[in-house]
Design a protein around this ligand. Structure first.
Ligand code: ATP
Length: 515
């Protein structure tokens, strides 16, 4: 595992963002708990997503559907029959992998070789560098690209034909080794259903098998008519939902990147058949803008169009972020045709159509879906924010600080209020300031340790502003405000604190950038 990734995991634990679940019992694999700072950050991400959907679009409404659903739903959606991942075991290390992920990682490795080659050349040629031409002519890039294209084509065909023998053959031919042990001693590839099954009711004999939902989207589809009718919604309109999903993932060794219990933020946008590709493009653009609005650099985000479309989709792309473990999916945007509503119509026997008052016809709407993992987004934000820097201390000597450059709107604590000493009325004054501000934003009062150490602790949790209350405060009602990113300090009147901070940390400001 990447060194930075390891540091991030221990930082998240040390500062109350994420703990392994059931830790005192040695943890539970791929299940995590959010701590006191984690839950604030997570709630802020949720709110930013929710408001960007529901507040900013008058034709998008939210719902909160139950985790348990009628078992027929998962037959209609295809999850009972086909929500499988191809798994493969290494006979020497006894580790289990997803065969498709091994192949994806192999491709990513070659892609990163190409990227290195391009960066090197860009440096060498300076302003006159033409990346497109370089990619089209450089022999090493070309031969690597050919390798990628061949493996992709083989994999897509094998996956389409459900040809597990061929998937294993690709792993053998590419000489893919177990990343842990380096061994190439593989079992055959098998399919594994990812849904958790449980029983409903108190008498187990009579109880029906039900599933913990593996995605939130089906709760939206089965409520399509309820929402459309009760909200008198007209096509196009969207339904958004945030909620838990459960998948018995085969490989779950990447912290909160792949969990067995996680949260999704999904929005299904119902459109007129024939208009879906236009809306697909619109949502691609909107969603990328949302990610970039959180201060993620352009070169850390990319679209990755699906090589293999699900049989019901007519366009699909992922938004990928460059995590410390490489470029990986954070969000999927899919044009799902009328597959879901038609399936539920067939399985339930209920008509799920929209009557278009203009054309005076009934039709089954098509769906564009945006589906993002909340925990993965959390990991993106943490990875993007984590910095180790050398900065001068009070004596002017360089020392290391770890800082989370979180977007202020998402930071768990917006303002720390710090009395310089624990006497002379400073704590009382600090509390008075805090009581005035805490109704508006999350403030933290801290009086222990030197002021320098308190600043470091606030940097480590990403607090954008610290206020220091000193003896001068008592005399003239002014405080020192210290800014997290450049560590600059200003003397300001107490009355001005709210004005300076409020705008910077508000959802209002952040959301207006999206309009
Ligand atoms: P992957 O290929 O990584 O398994 P997926 O394509 O199956 O993901 P979707 O079914 O499209 O994922 O789910 C939508 C989003 O939900 C993903 O983009 C991801 O952010 C999130 N997600 C999916 N599975 C997990 C998981 N096990 N843990 C955390 N987040 C997840």
């Amino acid at each position: 595992m990447d060194d930075l990734f390891k540091k991030l995991i221990s930082h998240a634990k040390e500062y109350g963002f994420i703990f392994p679940s059931s830790e005192i019992y040695d943890g539970l694999s791929a299940v995590y708990d959010y701590g006191q700072n984690g839950v604030e950050l997570k709630n802020n991400i949720k709110k930013y997503w929710w408001d960007s959907m529901v507040l900013l679009h008058e034709n998008i409404v939210g719902i909160d559907s139950a985790i348990f659903m009628h078992p027929e739903i998962w037959k209609a959606s295809g999850h009972v029959g086909a929500f499988n991942d191809p798994l493969i075991d290494n006979k020497d290390s006894k580790k289990r992998y997803r065969a498709d992920v091994l192949i994806e990682d192999y491709i990513e490795k070659i892609e990163s070789k190409i990227r290195k080659e391009v960066t090197k050349a860009a440096k060498r040629f300076g302003d006159s560098f033409d990346e497109k031409q370089f990619r089209e002519t450089n022999p090493r890039v070309l031969s690597n690209q050919k390798k990628i294209d061949e493996v992709r084509a083989r994999y897509v065909k094998a996956a389409e034909n459900d040809d597990l023998t061929e998937i294993k053959q690709i792993i053998i031919d590419c000489e893919i080794a177990d990343p842990v042990s380096g061994s190439r001693n593989w079992t055959d590839v098998r399919q594994f259903n990812l849904m958790f099954e449980t029983k409903l009711g108190s008498v187990s004999d009579e109880a029906a098998s039900i599933y913990l939902r593996p995605e939130t989207a089906q709760g939206i589809f089965v409520n399509f008519l309820n929402v459309q009718k009760s909200g008198r919604m007209r096509i196009p309109f969207g339904i958004a939902q945030i909620g838990k999903a459960f998948r018995n993932e085969i490989v779950a060794r990447q912290f909160i990147f792949r969990m067995r219990e996680f949260e999704q933020m999904e929005m299904q946008y119902f459109v007129k058949p024939g208009e879906e590709l236009k809306w697909f493009e619109t949502w691609k653009e909107k969603r990328m803008k949302w990610h970039k609005s959180l201060g993620v650099a352009d070169n850390k985000l990319r679209f990755h169009d699906h090589d293999k479309l699900a049989h019901y989709a007519n366009a699909a792309t992922d938004i990928e972020f460059e995590f410390p473990i490489g470029f990986k999916e954070v969000e999927g945007i899919h044009s799902r045709t009328d597959f879901d509503l038609s399936q539920h119509q067939e399985f339930s026997g209920k008509k799920l159509q929209f009557y278009d008052p203009e054309s005076k016809e009934n039709y089954t709407p098509f769906v564009i879906e945006t589906s993002i993992g909340l925990d993965r987004m959390f990991l993106l934000i943490m990875s993007n924010a984590y910095k180790e820097e050398k900065v001068p201390n009070a004596e002017g000597k360089l020392e290391e600080r770890v800082v989370l450059n979180l977007p202020p709107v998402l930071a768990p604590v917006k303002l720390a209020v710090l009395p310089l000493v624990r006497k002379d009325g400073l704590p009382e004054k600090a509390r008075e300031i805090m009581d005035h501000l805490k109704v508006e934003f999350n403030c933290q009062y801290e009086e222990k340790d030197s002021i320098g150490r308190r600043y470091r602790r606030q940097d480590a949790i990403g607090t954008p502003y610290c206020i220091t209350v000193d003896h001068q405060t008592i005399r003239d009602n002014s405080v020192t405000i210290r800014y997290r990113d450049d560590m600059k300090q200003d003397r300001i009147p107490v009355a001005k604190i709210r004005e300076i901070i409020s705008d910077k940390v508000s959802f209002r400001t952040a959301l207006s950038r999206l309009v």
